[in-house]
Design a binder for this molecule. Structure first.
Ligand code: TEU
Ligand code: CA
Length: 553
């Protein structure tokens, strides 16, 4: 049984992702916080979005931007108090906005009381909340690499054993094989759902079932190691089903799982109305420009491959399950810098990418700042990075003799700092983000790119985004209609049809700096232009550089 055609809020929603540390500082300490979000709920509502996905706000030593939780029941002190959380949730609900929280259940912080106990002794009741293994002749138990460089195992002197951490050594992996641990996680999820949280984004859910033989990886391609060794473990489906039975089925809650390593061939194994997740984030397109060395080994990408990945994933979900669509988040460079042209055609390509997000089939997730076309930042040295993945990536690169200049080039193209620069509210100093010293470098281009200026400019990226959201809402076929990309068009054009009943829309996107002639068979179908990203009338028969058009056919 599948609810492909059922109407549910999360299929019709446009979701706005907020990285709280960088959204707005409400108390002058240079760090974004809940007060800063509460004070800007009217701005969020003005976007026309339906839900907010908040990156983790739980107590954390902040080794990995809050993805290292040391207490699942309390708010990160820098972000505010539980009272302020309640105020935020009420403020969202008053505006008919839903809240999706980001829960990290694959690992905890090493400062969590569970881990503090677990490491005390081999027979501690909490020992098996984590994975401990003896080394092999003075080496780690196997050759698994961490996402953040080095081994995925850390020797703990106290008991002379290693513990597993797929991410940083301050993020020990939780042992889902242990039912006592699973029950603790179910309890903490119920705590937040009882408060009225509307959705859960489940961090690295694809990795919670470990292959406990811990056999070595046999490939040097890191994304292959994720797929074959970390994700899609033997009990993954079972654990998801149990969480569904024990917790999620008892609430009206959206569950969207972050699924690195999940492929079009097995995605549907994890999605099911009664026994699985509602959606996953897949990474097909997000690893497109990553070479064998992963993030800091960028390779050119082609629109041909980009289109093929969208087709493959749309095919995956066309009859069962439901897709999610995103082009950026807190883990990836800014979408206009990565997929668009953030110099000469900054405005047009920002709007084109927002058009793609809001006309594609699947629930769109918009990363804060992309609605105003925020761009990558250029770090002058690795020491300016605030991201463990870049800092450890540099240590690894140095070991193999890569020059800082070359590593920095890769980090400035692909690093996560790009997405974590403070939101650019105004052209004032510190971009209106804080009155204190910002925790992270602010992009100097905030003088030109900021929500304040754009709010008043009818042709701004921000006001185009607002119009595009309204267009999506006005045409339910953009949610429930079919998806059919046009084959055989020239490589720099991405053209697709959305249809439902008698209504048919054609979306035309020119991913290039060149004026491109439209094929005859396309032009003859175009009737009324619903929305376009050039202020003046669309020139029949061609697409201008980075031009996006949505036509009624
Ligand atoms: O990301 C894990 C993940 O799957 C990677 O694709 C992600 O891009 C990460 O940067 C490694 O390249 C999730 C969170 O989104 C990320 O912020 C955390 O660092 C990570 O899990 C560990 O919790
Ligand atoms: Ca603050």
């Amino acid at each position: 049984m599948d609810r492909k055609t059922d109407r549910v809020w999360w299929k019709e929603a446009v979701v706005y992702q907020i990285y709280p540390r960088s959204f707005k500082d409400g108390n002058g300490d240079g760090v974004g916080d809940l007060r800063g979000i509460i004070d800007n709920l009217d701005y969020i509502q003005s976007l026309g979005v339906d839900a907010v996905w908040l990156n983790p706000i739980f107590k954390s030593p902040n080794d990995d931007g809050g993805y290292d939780i040391s207490d699942y029941y309390s708010i990160q002190p820098e972000f505010g108090t539980m009272q302020e959380f309640d105020e935020l949730l009420a403020g969202l609900h008053q505006r008919k906005l839903k809240l999706i929280m980001d829960l990290v259940l694959n690992h905890s912080s090493d400062e969590h009381v569970w881990f503090q106990a677990s490491r005390k002794s081999k027979d501690n009741p909490y020992r098996d909340y984590y994975f401990w293994r003896p080394g092999k002749a003075g080496s780690p138990p196997n050759n698994w690499p961490s996402f953040f460089g080095g081994s995925a195992w850390q020797l703990d002197e106290a008991t002379g054993e290693y513990y597993l951490h797929l991410f940083s050594k301050k993020q020990p992996d939780l042992n889902w094989e242990n039912p006592a641990l699973r029950n603790e996680l179910y309890q903490l999820m119920k705590f937040w759902l009882e408060k009225g949280v509307d959705g859960l984004r489940l961090d690295v859910i694809s990795a919670i079932s470990k292959r406990i033989d811990f056999s070595d990886t046999t490939t040097s391609d890191f994304n292959e190691t994720i797929r074959l060794k970390y994700a899609n473990g033997p009990r993954l489906k079972e654990f998801i089903k149990e969480a569904k039975d024990q917790v999620w089925n008892n609430y009206d809650v959206l569950t969207v799982g972050e699924g690195p390593g999940i492929t079009p061939l097995n995605a549907l194994d994890y999605l099911h109305e009664k026994e699985g997740l509602d959606m996953i984030f897949h990474f097909g397109h997000m690893f497109l420009d990553q070479g064998k060395g992963g993030r800091f080994d960028p390779v050119p990408w082609s629109l041909k491959d980009f289109k093929a990945i969208f087709k493959t994933w749309d095919d995956t979900f066309k009859d069962h399950g439901w897709g999610s669509v995103f082009l950026g988040n807190h883990d990836f460079p800014r979408m206009v810098s990565r997929w668009g042209n953030d110099t000469r055609y900054w405005s047009e390509s920002s709007k084109l990418l927002l058009t793609l997000l809001l006309t594609m089939r699947g629930t769109p997730f918009i990363f804060m700042g992309d609605e105003i076309g925020m761009t990558n930042i250029s770090l002058k040295s690795v020491s300016e990075s605030q991201d463990i993945e870049t800092k450890t990536g540099w240590l690894e690169a140095k070991k193999i003799g890569i020059a800082e200049r070359d590593f920095l080039k890769a980090a400035n193209y692909a690093g996560r700092d790009n997405a974590r620069t403070p939101f650019q509210w105004s052209g004032l100093q510190k971009a209106g983000f804080t009155v204190g010293t910002p925790w992270m470098k602010i992009n100097p281009n905030h003088a030109r790119i900021n929500a304040g200026f754009q709010d008043y400019d009818p042709n701004s990226v921000l006001n185009y985004f607002r119009r595009m959201v309204k267009t999506r809402k006005a045409h339910p076929l953009l949610t429930y209609g079919s998806y059919k990309p046009l084959e055989g068009v020239v490589d720099n054009l991405f053209i697709f049809l959305r249809e439902k009943g008698q209504e048919k829309l054609m979306i035309l996107l020119n991913f290039s700096n060149d004026v491109t002639i439209l094929p005859k068979e396309v032009s003859v179908q175009l009737n009324t232009l619903l929305i376009g990203n050039y202020p003046d009338q669309h020139v029949q028969g061609e697409l201008r550089p980075w031009e996006a058009c949505v036509y009624q056919c």
